[in-house]
Design a protein around this ligand. Structure first.
Ligand SMILES: Nc1ncnc2c1ncn2[C@@H]1O[C@H](COP(=O)(O)OP(=O)(O)OP(=O)(O)O)[C@@H](O)[C@H]1O
Length: 376
């Protein structure tokens, strides 16, 4: 049997490298294919040294050729690792802001804003200076979650320029697109209008000195995301998902967007929200309503860190509606969960910053008690 190179390439178009959206041929991972009779040699170039991704790529290539071309083909796979350049961070830095973390979700309603609000409150509790920019133009929820629905930012003079003063709540500085619309008023933000308003909230605001600015992005992967990535040096992105298949599929698209060549924002990891339900009267029972470990498995699959799981708890929903993030309740399961997730995120930020100047962020870890602290 004489194998055709064309047929092999067609077979390789049916598989992807874990963590990449495009098929192996399209993504450029297939560097070369040579055939000699019933033998085929496939040279792959991968960007990650992760052993399980290498192994899986090798197995997938063999299986695709055996399944689609010739089941007795003798396949040899050579894998070369070429690390991508250090992440290039775009946009102009905002003086005084050390780390900008974008919180996103593929699908709406998975609890991205709830997670953002609780992360912000936990970071503030740990002693960090924290800001939240609510960029969710479709449903800005930070004003409700921090009980500042009726607040309106005032203008202050900074170095001769008039700037917007964020609203302060529970030690968190907040600016939201919701502050500029009335509660019952449906505003249809057109792309350029929303981008302009967001740019003003980013650059014409008096954020002061912040260790972290969290950005609550709209769900999905749209224009607002691109516009924010272009104008801001994002330190890293956190993706929130429930363990449900439909949410995971969209979360995967979100991760691919950040990792894509043109955007190239480091993904700090995935948070699994609504991971399970535990009734108050049966504290040892866990019910995996949306499936078990979905986001954890996705993180492993995409080779990005898993940042932890947040259960479905009535008090999280109630606290969100009431306007006081649940993580602020002392010594509860919920506050412990958010503390763990927050620590993991800070640790990932520190790791990312190791590869990027300036090294300011290394200092801040002492306050969070992360294991990454001991290296300075
Ligand atoms: N872990 C949780 N336990 C209980 N309720 C939760 C939890 N996470 C989120 N919720 C509730 O689910 C609803 C949706 O959450 P949230 O508004 O944070 O989602 P979202 O992903 O930001 O939505 P969108 O971006 O589409 O507006 C809210 O009522 C919130 O209180």
């Amino acid at each position: 049997m004489k194998l055709e190179r064309k047929e092999i390439l067609k077979a390789l178009e049916t598989i992807t490298i874990a963590g990449e959206g495009k098929n192996m041929v399209e993504s450029g991972a297939v560097a070369n294919v040579m055939t000699f009779g019933d033998e085929v040699v496939v040279d792959l170039v991968l960007t990650t040294p992760a052993l399980h991704i290498k192994k899986r790529a090798e197995v997938d290539v063999m299986k695709a050729i055996h399944d689609h071309v010739y089941e007795k083909a003798k396949v040899k796979v050579n894998i070369k690792i070429e690390s991508p350049e250090k992440p290039e961070i775009k946009g102009k830095a905002i003086p005084g802001i050390k780390n900008i973390v974008a919180v996103s979700s593929g699908k709406g309603g998975v609890g991205k804003s709830t997670v953002t609000a609780n992360l912000a409150a936990t970071l503030a509790n740990m002693g960090f200076n924290v800001g939240v920019l609510d960029a969710d133009i479709y449903g800005p929820s930070m004003p409700i979650m921090f009980d500042v629905e009726n607040a309106r930012p005032i203008s202050v003079e900074v170095d001769g320029r008039s700037k917007m003063k964020p609203i302060s709540a529970y030690g968190v500085e907040i600016l939201s697109i919701g502050f500029f619309t009335k509660g019952d008023q449906a505003i249809i933000w057109r792309g350029p209008m929303a981008s302009k308003a967001l740019n003003q909230m980013i650059f014409d605001a008096d954020w002061g000195e912040l260790d972290f600015l969290l950005i609550d992005l709209p769900p999905g992967t749209g224009d607002i995301h691109l516009s924010i990535m272009q104008s801001l040096p994002i330190t890293g992105a956190v993706v929130v998902s429930t363990p449900q298949a439909v949410a995971l599929a969209d979360a995967k698209k979100g991760v691919s967007m950040f990792m894509s060549e043109s955007i190239n924002v480091p993904v700090l990891g995935i948070v699994e929200n609504m991971a399970y339900f535990t009734p108050a009267e049966l504290p040892n029972n866990k019910y995996y309503i949306f499936g078990e470990n979905g986001a954890r498995n996705l993180a492993q699959d995409l080779d990005v860190p898993f940042l932890g799981e947040v259960p479905i708890v009535q008090s999280i929903r109630e606290a969100g509606d009431y306007g006081r993030p649940a993580a602020l309740q002392n010594d509860t399961v919920v506050s412990e969960v958010f503390e763990q997730v927050t620590r993991n995120i800070v640790e990932q930020v520190v790791k990312r910053n190791d590869t990027l100047p300036p090294t300011e962020a290394i200092k801040i870890t002492t306050m969070a008690g992360c294991s990454a602290t001991n290296k300075n």
